[in-house]
Design a protein around this ligand. Sequence first.
Ligand code: UD1
Length: 419
Amino acid sequence: MAGGTTLTGRVRVTGAKNSTLKLMAAALLATGRTVIDEVPDILDVSIMSEVLRRLGCDVGYERTPGSGGGGRVTIDVPENPSTETDYDLVRRMRASISVLGPLVARCGSARVALPGGDAIGSRGLDMHISGLERLGASIVSEHGFLVATAPRLTGTSIWLDFPSVGATENLVMAAVLASGTTVVDNAAREPEIVDICTMLTAMGARIDGAGTSTITVEGVESLSPVSYTAVPDRIVAGTWAIGAVMTRGDVVIERAVAGHLTVALDKLTDAGAHVEVLPEGLRVVMTERPRCVDVVTLPFPGFPTDLQPMAVALAAVSSGTALITENVFEGRFMFVNELVRLGADVRIDGHHAVVRGREKLSSAPVVATDIRAGAGLVLAGLLSDGITEVQEVHHVDRGYPDFVEQLRGLGADIKRTQR
Ligand code: UD1
């Protein structure tokens, strides 16, 4: 890609990856056809579709023209799904762990490979396991699989040590079919949690408190399949917003929800941007060089860790010095070495990064190490003089549908040279 572009125009955001993958897993809770709209056409959705197929489901996907890379997924769930997941598939994507809760709840057992995913930290599963054990499951780890059994889960109270997104989702999806009441305390409050709880409620579940730290689930006997539309992707929306600010552009982000990005948008305003809430989404305009702003990542409603690489890239071209603190994933600064290759002045000390802004970066071949790091490097490339090559770009394909095409639509001089 060639540097020196100003991003201008309109871009449409489809459904959130981090919601859709769990909505697909939640389909396992009901026999019959679940339909989900605004599903992003990304690699992780293909992996989750394949995980579900190996469990006996029929899964179809059809793109919706003009949706910004979204489509409709249909999942036909049999009366008795298989309970063993494919080892190699699950190892490719951490979100596959979200089939664990629904399978144990529905089938009384599950054998799920220990998942892989992005290289951004140790990403334990202790809260998923101890929560399911409190619900009455017995869980052992053998030969790379987690094996869970429970004739019928029983409602209980669960306190999470940290508001883990994945653990909250897995436990809620298990509790909806448990006998009695489950209370999950210190639950995650992300919009994707609210989305899953909304779909589960439409399926017949009884859930209170989604979006707060205490979620109460009244177990029911069975659920029915539904048609549902996934919540817009706030991380993709935030990526476009930061891209607009970095390149001093003017971008309308259709379907972006301001309330899902409050802290991030405040930071962009502090950096000098003009952010306008429109009926169809958000408009982000920047006319001058951005100012450095400090950022601290935290669980929702804090600044999202998934936007941290873009925040570092933004600071790298802003005036002044920024302190970026990462509190969620310890390995998340690994990509900084690549950003430094582009001439960024970044120093890491534990979970802090000190970024001294430069007027311009300098192009170089760099390697994407995970989805969000890849997107951050691409944005930095837009501010580099000369041609920047981002390798291992398949990571970005896991989270951003049509990323290159959308950037081109906003005026970037970018092309894909490798699949
Ligand atoms: C999800 C998102 C990811 C996002 C993250 C935090 C998906 C597919 N991924 O990941 O994009 O960055 O939320 O917003 O939705 N932890 C434990 N033990 C556990 C569970 C988590 O120690 O049992 C730790 C993790 O190592 C991490 C922190 O808790 O340090 C947060 O993890 P969690 O909120 O669970 O993130 P994910 O659900 O994996």
